[in-house]
Design a protein. Structure first.
Length: 212
């Protein structure tokens, strides 16, 4: 178990990091504008689930190896950024169909696919890898033993906070989408805006370093 003082300190640090709008928030807003409330929430869940393999890799030491390997880290960064750009382009290309389906109350894609897309974005986020490698060890008490389990415990706290915070952003963005989306044209425009946000986020992840 992580000592209580370390646990509280990490929770506060995670809260500050997650609540301040960053890449995950941009992704959440973009997906919610493009897909609506359910698509946004599924993307949030998938994105958060993508944190768990990263936490596990960091706990057993593989995450540090990836973060320190220029080649591997660059591959992950390019893959994650490229996938975001792909999702953004798809949202823009199919904005007319997405708008029509939204107005009919139908989903643009299956729930499992929306969940899987969020997971891929989460697990290939280089900022998350760098954050966990750099920050998790600082809150671990080596003297207490079971260091990998302590890291997993901290990672699960981060997961829970991210799920709640990003879920709230998804609901806010979806509410704005519902308010603006009274016509196919405006709904298509919102889908395009959501796609554009994902493309911009892909560029940001490709060009910058760490944090949620």
């Amino acid at each position: 178990m992580v000592p209580l003082e370390n646990l509280l300190a990490f929770t506060l640090a995670a809260l500050v990091l997650i609540v301040i709008p960053g890449p995950s928030v941009l992704f959440t807003i973009g997906r919610s504008l493009a897909l609506g409330r359910m698509g946004g929430l599924l993307s949030v869940l998938g994105n958060a689930l993508g944190l768990l393999p990263i936490v596990a890799l960091v706990a057993i030491g593989v995450g540090g190896f990836i973060a320190q390997s220029v080649v591997l880290f660059t591959i992950v960064k390019i893959a994650g950024a490229g996938y975001l750009v792909f999702l953004g382009i798809q949202a823009i290309r199919h904005r007319g169909r997405a708008a029509a389906l939204a107005l009919e109350g139908a989903a643009a894609s299956s729930p499992w696919r929306q969940l899987a897309e969020g997971f891929v974005v989460g697990v290939t986020n280089p900022k998350t890898i760098a954050f966990f490698v750099a920050v998790l060890p600082q809150f671990v008490d080596v003297g207490a033993g079971a260091v990998p389990l302590q890291m997993i415990e901290l990672g699960l706290i981060f997961f829970a906070i991210a799920l709640v915070s990003d879920g709230a952003w998804a609901l806010i963005a979806a509410a704005a989408r519902a308010w603006f989306g009274r016509s196919p044209r405006r709904m298509a425009t919102l889908s395009a805006v959501g796609g554009s946000l994902m493309i911009v986020l892909g560029g940001i992840l490709l060009l910058t370093g760490s944090t949620h």
